[in-house]
Design a protein around this ligand. Structure first.
Ligand code: FES
Length: 119
């Protein structure tokens, strides 16, 4: 068992416990990917291409535990290059498979454009 924590601007962090024997949790993205864990736990993460490495809407920024994610394949690297707000810690949620604790941020673009209230 390990933990995946999701951070979203303007929202409380959500941590879910993951049991790898239960993968896949749903149909989109690689089994055990960040997208799989998110959708399987009712967390909103955009996935316009259905988890096929053909868009960038599942872009997440890894805050902790990069070493606990699967190695980036060339397909993901090429696709990620076109992501809005790309960082050195960026991954595609549908391709990055966790095998240990990770903390990821879902950028605004991954939440369907919801913005926190401005004051
Ligand atoms: Fe389209 Fe991940 S859902 S690339």
């Amino acid at each position: 068992m390990y933990k995946v924590t999701f951070l979203s601007p303007g929202e409380e962090p959500v941590t879910v416990e993951v049991d790898p024997v239960k993968f896949p949790l749903q149909e989109d993205g690689l089994p055990g990917s960040i997208l799989d864990v998110a959708l399987g736990n009712g967390i909103d993460l955009q996935h316009n291409c259905g988890g096929k490495c053909a868009c960038t809407t599942c872009h997440v920024i890894v805050k902790q535990g990069m070493e606990n994610l699967s190695k980036m394949e060339e397909d993901e690297e090429d696709r990620l290059d076109t992501a809005e707000g790309l960082t050195l810690e960026s991954r595609l949620g549908c391709q990055a498979v966790a095998h240990g604790d990770v903390v990821v941020e879902i950028p605004m673009s991954g939440r369907g454009g919801h913005k926190p209230p401005s004051h």
